[in-house]
Design a protein around this ligand. Sequence first.
Ligand code: VGL
Ligand code: ZN
Length: 216
Amino acid sequence: MRPALHAEEDVLLVVDPQPTFMALCPDELPVPGAEAVIPVINRILAGPIARAVVTQDWHHPRHLSFASQHPGKRPLETVDLPYGTQVLWPDHGVRATPGAAIHPALDQAKVVMILRKGFRQAIDSYSGFRENDRQTGTGLAEWLRAVGARRLFIAGITRPYCVDWTAEDAAAARFETWVVEDACARLGPDDALDASRARLEAQGIRFTTADTLHGE
Ligand code: VGL
Ligand code: ZN
């Protein structure tokens, strides 16, 4: 259940809808089924929601989250960085490469803000609000407040990484936060996803589906 949508107060936050995470880019960070979220998100955007924000992974070509920058390490292994443990990934989301573009099929008519994140070479940024050092802000919370946003619906790529970290920071910034579960791509084992969902629910974040945003 949800109350009626309000044009000024409700924003769809689309996390990382980029080919770098899709089968289109097999040498980057393809996530099974990631391309399937685009039509689901477009369907939400065709409904009563009035505004959307897109985040875009926008990494330095030698970003420290890339396994390639750590001799002897492979993707999904971890390293200890000054801000804590960082999972390593294949090279992906490299700024101004085709894979880092917003997917061309995403309907951008209602997208009023595009926020690039992870652009500092030595800090990753899963969340659209705060980098992985948990200290460096992106300005997104302030921007959302400036346009009168109060409630956020979050969709995109991936749970439990960028979507869930963004949701957690959205709730911490006191937005009413919903994750649109069937509009998200999933990466990794079910138990990690379930644990993350429980963590988010404990913080008051709710889960919904794309149909609900049409009032169905
Ligand atoms: C993501 C890993 C690295 C994501 C981004 O969008 O979930 N995951 N960079
Ligand atoms: Zn990334």
